[in-house]
Structure formats: structure tokens, C-alpha cells
Write a protein that binds this ligand. Structure first.
Ligand code: UDP
Ligand code: MG
Length: 319
């Protein structure tokens, strides 16, 4: 019998977990001939998420949980889930029902047919989201697709069903600064996109502040493009030519009109401009350097505090 592992990152989701569980078992029961395992990754929640998960796992042996020692972020949680999944197929989804479980049978059929290795979802609109947030999101996707070779689909969610071989190749990418939207695309394989309308959270609140999203977008750009590094060389070349023209202009003016005490304010402006561009370039360098610094430390992507997954089961496919 084929097995689907459903990975669910949870961070302070005590209210959402029971609602999610009720919905997902309905879908699981509707799918004959497929076995399920539900891996809830408790990403250092401060509320009762762990108790709720332990309760569920005592009731239903398909429920597995992994509790982190602190909050490692959704990226770490997804990695831990995949690392511990034993299924032939892996589904990643949010616990807040913004990713409708009812799509799973359709996604399973798509990947099972063998034509695709991944059935992924994308939001066709951002209804219910703050206008300014959508605006920044669209701008981010435009920018990153312009400067990165890896295609990052606008509105793509992490909600997807993947084949075992795709999951294994994602696990091979053990980089510390993870940007999954890029990683899913970077590993290749055929992906079938399913569009659906944005759905609001079932319970609780979004865990992504504007600042957290902004930092995540920087991770995406630095992780999947080196174009910003080339920017400083480009600015340098442009400024070089501008200054040559300026020098020629000043020499000619001096020869024809004499007197040289002009242009003090404009000189200050130029100094400020060039100084600003230099600082910007150093800042960009710093971004890449800091990411490289963190990568070289080879820190673990997550640390487990409690789990009901036995060590020998980890990542072993049952035959
Ligand atoms: N999440 C997590 N760790 C975090 C932040 C979020 O595991 O540090 C989980 C969260 O519990 C949820 C999913 O990631 O299952 C998506 O988070 P959320 O719904 O807050 O994001 P949004 O849908 O608003 O983008
Ligand atoms: Mg959500």
C-alpha cells in the first residue's frame, strides 16, 4: 500500500490543530488504498500545541509529532518533517486550513500518474490580505524573477505533494539559509500548478509580521541571485564615465572662461551621492558575507526536544 506523509508546521496553533485534524482525517478516510501519516512539527510553540499534539498521537497512531527546542522558523520545520517522513509521497501544508485538504486526492492522482513529480498550489488572488502587503509581494516576485535564474512563481504556496525522489533531492540541499520557494524550483522535476482562491485562516493569527516577510524576501534574493553583487561594478562603471565627461567639461570651461571657484554645492552633492553608493555596495557585500558566514558554521537546521518518532523509523521507507 502506498503511503502519504502529511507534514504540518505548527507555531502557537493550539486552536487550529484540532480543527485541522478533523478535516484531514475526513480526506484520509475518503482515499481508499492509501495509508497516511501526519507529522506535526511543533516549532517551539509557547502555548499548549504540544499537549494537543500528544493527545492526538495517543488517540491516533498515524499522528507523529516533533517538538523543537525553540522556534526555528517554518523553513526548519518543513525540513524536519521531510527528514522524518517515511511516505512514498509527501504533502506539506499549513495547519490553519488556508491550504484546503480537499485538494489532496487530486494532487495525489496527478503525481501518481508518473507524469509529474510535484503537484503544487498557487493562489490566484490575495483576497482578504492587506493591500500594501500584496503590493510588496508582487514587487518582490517581479524583482526576483528578473535577477534570478530560478523561477519563483508569484502566489506559489508551500502546499504541495511531492514524490519520494523529489523530497530526497530537497533533503540533499542542507543549506542553512533556506528559501523553500526557490529550493522547490531549483531541484527541477515537473510541477503541475493548481490555482485556487485565497482562503482566510480558520483560527489564530498569522505568524508573519511585515518585518519577518521582508527579511525572508532578502533571504530569497541573496539565496538565489548574485545580481546585487554585480550592481556595484555597474554603478562604478557608470560613475567612472560620468566623471570623465565632467573632467573634460571643467578643463574646457577653465581654458575658455578662467576662474575656478564655481560649483561648491554641486560638489557636496556629488560626494554625498558617491559616498551613498559606496555604502550601499558595502551593505550588499555584507549581506552575502553574513549568509556565507552562517553557512560555514554548519549549524543544525533544527533541534528536537520531544518526539514520538522512533530513531530507527526516521527516513526509512517501510517495505
Ligand atoms: N509557522 C511555523 N513557524 C513559524 C511561523 C509559522 O511553523 O515560525 C507555521 C504556522 O503554524 C502555519 C504555517 O507555518 O502552520 C504558516 O504560517 P501562517 O499561517 O502564520 O502564515 P501565512 O499563511 O499568514 O503566510
Ligand atoms: Mg496561514
Amino acid at each position: 500500500m502506498e503511503k502519504i506523509s502529511v507534514i504540518v508546521p505548527c507555531f502557537n496553533e493550539e486552536e487550529a490543530v484540532p480543527i485541522f485534524y478533523r478535516e484531514i482525517i475526513k480526506v484520509a478516510e475518503g482515499m481508499d488504498g492509501v495509508e497516511f501519516e501526519f507529522i506535526f512539527v511543533n516549532d517551539g510553540s509557547k502555548d499548549k500545541t504540544e499537549e494537543v499534539l500528544r493527545g492526538l498521537s495517543e488517540m491516533d497512531k498515524r499522528v507523529k509529532y516533533i517538538s523543537f527546542s525553540r522556534n526555528f522558523g517554518k523553513e526548519g520545520a518543513m525540513y524536519a518533517g521531510m527528514d522524518n517522513a517515511s511516505g512514498d509521497y509527501v504533502v506539506i501544508m499549513d495547519v490553519d486550513l488556508q491550504d484546503p485538504p480537499s485538494l489532496i486526492p487530486e494532487m495525489y492522482d496527478i503525481v501518481k500518474s508518473g507524469e509529474y513529480d510535484c503537484a503544487a498550489t498557487r493562489r490566484v488572488n490575495r483576497k482578504g490580505e492587506a493591500k500594501i502587503r500584496s503590493l510588496f509581494a508582487h514587487a518582490f516576485y517581479k524583482l526576483i524573477n528578473h535577477i534570478s535564474q530560478t523561477e519563483i512563481v508569484d502566489g506559489a504556496r508551500d502546499f504541495r505533494l511531492m514524490s519520494r525522489r523529489m523530497v530526497d533531492s530537497i533533503l540533499d540541499m542542507c543549506e542553512y539559509n533556506r528559501f523553500s520557494k526557490g529550493i522547490f524550483s531549483w531541484v527541477g522535476f515537473e510541477t503541475k500548478w493548481i490555482g485556487y482562491e485565497n482562503i482566510n485562516r480558520s483560527a489564530g493569527e498569522t505568524k508573519w509580521s511585515f518585518w519577518k516577510l521582508f527579511k525572508y524576501s532578502i533571504d530569497g534574493i541573496v539565496g538565489f541571485s548574485t545580481a546585487p553583487l554585480a550592481l556595484s561594478s555597474l554603478m562604478g562603471i557608470i560613475l567612472f564615465f560620468v566623471s570623465i565627461v565632467g573632467i573634460i567639461f571643467i578643463i574646457i570651461r577653465q581654458l575658455i572662461y578662467g576662474g575656478s571657484a564655481y560649483g561648491w554645492p554641486s560638489m557636496i552633492c556629488v560626494i554625498l551621492l558617491v559616498g551613498g553608493l559606496q555604502l550601499l555596495s558595502i551593505g550588499i557585500l555584507g549581506q552575502y558575507l553574513s549568509k556565507t558566514y552562517l553557512e560555514t558554521k554548519k549549524r543544525p537546521l533544527y533541534i528536537v526536544k520531544n518526539t514520538n518518532i522512533a530513531k530507527q523509523d526516521k527516513n526509512k521507507k517501510e517495505v
